[in-house]
Structures are given as C-alpha cells and as structure tokens.
Design a protein around this ligand. Sequence first.
Ligand SMILES: [Zn+2]
Length: 205
Amino acid sequence: MLKREELLRIFESVGAIRHGHFELSSGLHSGTYVQCALVLQYPRFAEKLGQALAALFSDARIDAVVSPAIGGLIIGQEVARALPEPRLSSGGGVPAVFVERDASGMMTLRRGFSLNPEQHVLVVEDVWTTGGSTQEAIRVVEEAGARVVAAGALIDRSGGKIDFEVETQSLIQLPIASYEPEDCPLCRQGSMAIKPGSRYVRSVS
Ligand SMILES: [Zn+2]
C-alpha cells in the first residue's frame, strides 16, 4: 500500500499537484493547483493509483464502478480493473460504466450502458471539490435501480465537508485554500499569480 508521501510524490513529479501561486478558473487565487489528467496520462501511474484507491474498498462487495465523464473515466477504469471478479460475472471483471451529460446538461447513462438492481456500485471520480458530479452520478445509479454502496476519489479538496451518505474514501485529502485576489496572502507577499491551465490551452489552439 502506497503511503500518502509516495502518492504525493507521484502527483508532484508530473505536475498534477503544484505548489506556488495560481489563479484558478474561478478567478480565485490558491497556493496549490491540481490537475489529475497530468498523472493519469501515464498508464503505469494510473494503474498504481487505481489499485491504491480500490484497496480502500476491500471490505465492500462491488459489482460495478460508475464514474462521471470526463474526469472519472480513466480512474474509474483502473479502479474497476483492480477489483476482484464480481459475483454477477461476465468473465470480463468489474464493469466500469460512465455517466455523461446529455444535450440538456443532465448526467445520464448512454451508449446502452445499464445497471441492474442486484448490483452494488462504487462511484469513482478524480477530484472532489464540491463533489457535485459524484452526487449526480449517485442519483443516476439510483434512478437506474442499482445500489450505491460507496464513493471514492483520488483527491478530496472539500476539507471533509462532503457527505454522500455512503462509505466515502479518498487517497489524498488536500483541502482547497483559495482567496479573493484582494485578500490573497500570496499577492500581499509580492508574487504574481499564474494561470496554470492556460499554456496547455494555447499549445493545442
Ligand atoms: Zn494571489
């Protein structure tokens, strides 16, 4: 089992967790920046993190993993891969199903994915800030008639404020500390906030 320090080192080594002075997409300033796609782009890291997250649910019976797209896709797949063969086995392992937004912006099951009432579901996402996407995925699973038994994320930025009313686990707790620019202690120390995502946007446009 990887320790928190080892997990943090993996994220930091690829810039998926950065320390400094950042302007977030919300316009708020923060001393940390998180972008899980930067660690999940590496299959060996994704696999390791999936194993570590799946291990937190070793006491639960899990028949399916459901993730909100896009952020949950890769980690959902890797957590499912790491789980033991389910009772209702197709021979292919635990299915990794995803929910996505329809034209009206509602999270929904598409592509012929289905869940049945016998299935115990683990909902998995990359990062929780408010946990809104995971909450929506839980609703979709329940409307499909299956039972959500647990929820997991790589990183919980909520500071323990989230309550999904099921067993909840995350690999790293990294409470978000963000400030209005005029109240930002980092600005007061004289440094400039950078927009961490913007250079990646520029490089593809
Ligand atoms: Zn600032």
